[in-house]
Design a protein. Structure first.
Length: 263
């Protein structure tokens, strides 16, 4: 799908990848662009930079997502592309409190369900529409060090697949963005996994460029880091070997920490 004259919503548009998406989409001369973010000031600032409309709010609140779609339909009669991009991470394994699991579930899964619920009726009536859902390499592989992030980002991929399969013949297209490291505030440089991701991280602008190309070609999986596709392809070929490789990586990344003297 080409983005010229399209009506686009980007959640998490105030910072990082979402901000870069807004800037890159603006170059394609869309008809309307809504910049949504929990951070109202950041949404406003990006909206001014791209001649868009800022709408602050929490994507975990279904009424906020309904408001985004209602505002786009009131101003420009439709939503052509809904980018569910807002996200965050949380460290931890099985000890992660239920409330944090719930927050990750709402942020990475339910927000996408809310977007589909709100935008699909108009899209189906017009016979076309597009969803971009930002998952992560962790959604195809894993994020060592964050069980809740890995599981919910897998669920993002799963929901995107489901949406694509069920609505493809009705003219709906879905892309799932699965980057590895990207130079944004999300990378925590005190974390050994993130230090590794940072070493081969792309800029948000590089990712936005891949997204525009992926949407133009209507690709389901958008993989700005080609090595993610290679690791993903190796998984079903020998699952046990793949698990072994990741457990060795975990051991390697944790080694320098073990050597540090106790505080
Ligand atoms: N940076 C990476 O290395 C990386 C890698 C893979 C996937 N991702 C994914 O990319 C997406 C964007 O992350 P980023 O790297 O740009 O991080 P970022 O922290 O720079 O931007 C995330 C944005 O989402 C907003 N946000 C967070 N929770 C929200 C909520 N509940 N409601 C509305 N807005 C909310 C934040 O205010 C922020 O503007 C996320 O889904 C993230 O999981 C990032």
């Amino acid at each position: 799908m080409q983005l010229i004259d399209k009506v686009i919503i980007v959640t998490g548009g105030g910072h990082g990848i979402g901000r870069a998406l807004c800037h890159r989409f603006a170059q394609e001369r869309p008809r309307g662009l809504i910049v949504a973010d929990l951070d109202a000031e950041a949404a406003e600032s990006v909206a001014q930079e791209v001649a868009g409309v800022a709408i602050p709010g929490d994507v975990c609140d279904e009424t906020h997502i309904q408001q985004l779609v209602a505002e786009a339909e009131a101003r420009w009669d439709r939503v052509d592309l809904f980018c569910s991009n807002a996200g965050s991470t949380i460290k931890g394994g099985v000890e992660t409190p239920d409330a944090d699991w719930q927050r990750m579930w709402e942020l990475h899964v339910l927000s996408n369900v809310y977007a589909a619920r709100a935008a699909l009726p108009g899209m189906l009536a017009r016979g076309h529409g597009y969803f971009l859902q930002t998952s992560s390499a962790a959604g195809l592989l894993t994020e060592i060090g964050s069980a809740a992030y890995s599981v919910t980002k897998h669920a993002t991929v799963s929901f995107a697949e489901w949406l694509s399969i069920n609505y493809r013949r009705a003219g709906i297209r879905v892309s799932c963005l699965c980057p590895s490291g990207v130079q944004t505030d999300m990378l925590n440089l005190n974390d050994p996994v993130h230090q590794f991701l940072q070493s081969h991280a792309l800029s948000p602008d590089d990712v936005a460029e891949c997204v525009v190309r992926g949407i133009d070609e209507e690709e389901f999986l958008i993989l700005p880091h080609p090595e993610v596709g290679e690791f993903f392809a190796s998984k079903p070929q020998d699952y046990d070997r793949w698990l072994h490789q990741f457990s060795r990586m975990k051991e390697k990344w944790e080694r320098p920490r073990k050597l540090r003297p106790a505080a």
